[in-house]
Structure formats: C-alpha cells, structure tokens
Design a protein around this ligand. Sequence first.
Ligand SMILES: [Fe+2]
Length: 342
Amino acid sequence: MLTTKSTRGLLLGAAALCSLAGSAFAAESLNIYTTREPGLIKPVLDEFTKETGIKVNTIFINNGLEERIRTEGENSPADVILTVDIGRLQAAKDYGVTQPVESETLEKVIPAAYRDPEGHWFGIALRARVVYASKDRVKQDKITYEELADPKWKGKICIRSGQALYNVSLFAAAIAHMGEAKAEEWLKGLKANLAKKPSGGDREQAKDILAGVCDIGIGNTYYVSLMRNGNNEEQKKWGEAINVILPTFEGGGTHVNVSGLALAKHAPNKANAVKFMEFMVSDDSQRIHAEANSEYPVKAGIPIHPTVASFGELTADNVPIAEIAKLRKKASEMVDKVGFDQ
Ligand SMILES: [Fe+2]
C-alpha cells in the first residue's frame, strides 16, 4: 500500500538523486492512478516499460479517485489518471486535479470529439452503448434509441441503474438530441417498458435475457466480447444468448463513450506522464489495448477485435463527448425526477 507522504518523499528523494546523476535516471518512473481492472491494462503498461525503461507504479482506486488526489494536494504522487467514462474524466477536471496538455501527437491522433477542447482529458478508446437482443425472441436487427420508449417493448427491457455512469452519459446524449422535455418523456417511456427495477451491471442484463426475464437489455459493447471470449462458462452462455444491435438516435448515430487519460495537476514526473499519454495512442499500444479490452481503438486504421467487429459497422453519434459532459448533471436529475430506479 502506498502512503502518500512517504511515497512522495521517496519520489522527491529519487528526483534529487536523479538530478545529481543526470537525466538518464530521471526518466525512470511514472505513477498511474486508475479505476481500471489490473488485467485489462497490464499488457499495455508492460509494453510501455519495455519500450521506454520507465517503471510504472499503478494505484488502483475504484471509488473516490478524484477526491483522493485532491486530498493529497501538492504532495500527490499521481502523474496520470487512467479511467473510463466521460463522467469520471470530467469529474477529475471539475475537482481541479488535472492540468492541460499540449501535444501535437495527441491532437493529431485523437479526433476533436473525443478530447477536452482545453486539453484536460483525452479519449484513448471508445465503447458504444448498445442493445443486447435475445437471439430467440427478437427478430429485428435495427433499432433506434427512441424506439426503446415504444409501448411495443412493455415489460421487455432490462437495464442497470439509471444513475450508473454509462446510463447518465447515454441519457445526456438523449437530451442533446431531443431537448430536455422530449428526453424526459422518452425516459419515462423507457422506464414504463422495464421488465423489472434497474439492477446489476451490464453483464447481468444478458444473464436476464438468457433467463427469459427480458428480451432486450442495454449494455456496452466490450462486455459482450469479454463474456463470449472469457474463461467464465456461465458468462459465455449469457454472451451467446444475445445479438448486439447498434442503435442510433434519429438523425444521429450510436452513442459512444470514452476511456481516457488526464495529466494530474501536480504530476511529479510530468515528462514521463506526457510520454505515456502519447504512447497510449501509438499503433502498438492501440492494438494491444483493443485486443485486451475489446474497446474500439480511437486511432484510425487499428483493427477492431473480431467479436466487436461482428456487431456491424459503428456509426458514432455526432454529439461531441464534451457536450455530453455538460449535460450529465441534467440527465442525472432527470433520472431521479422520473423515478427511474424506483
Ligand atoms: Fe465497464
């Protein structure tokens, strides 16, 4: 367990030694604070160390990552924040624990829609929020998000909590497309179609479809690949029970979200941190990342995991992620207002 003060003390000590010993030493470490599962990021971190010689210390924090860095203040050893969903990236920025990065590489590789216009966060991979449809009971292979509120689906839809990060972002996208009043009606319609109270994670929606509890579920793309290709025999069955339909907004595309990076405000190893951020959009790292996580690479021309590719061609929605970030608060309030989770 890393304790902040002593770690920073060690780091400062190391930095002092390094400045005496020359720059070769100074380039030796990097501290990543992450919410991501260790197994998912290890392959890419190992590759970074192999290519640069920079040792990576990873601190996994599932909840309260932003608060922790803020509490650590100027003594925080955090260099890079690696997390998922615009909700968390924006939270880090809003907590004041990030600093802007100017990097030609990041700006060239990452489309403007997937990074903060002020440079505080950068999307490195994409996930789409899609429909899991029962292979046995759903015949159609196209759907709009709007249609999820159609009474024809009454009692047939399963979804996790409306306040879950991924859903709040999806509902924010709905507000961007429909405007507040219509989005609220839509959310009420979706709630009226639920087979049961929102619960579980995305994988459980596929489980419920297999069990016949519902015909369609809402979930992220990568879970389907992780379920089908993982070692858990139960989950394999869940993954095989469903088809993925890539829904679109009327006049738009499929809602995508990012997993991404930010540079910590008081990063003690700033140069290494920027090097790492740029490494994360290199061909090698994008390929490894896409393979390990089944996310869509943010960089053009990198192959998509075959399972994810089998879902069909993704037409990403046209609402920039930064817009979604701004509408998340409204979306979250709307979830409470319509009693979505009740
Ligand atoms: Fe997830």
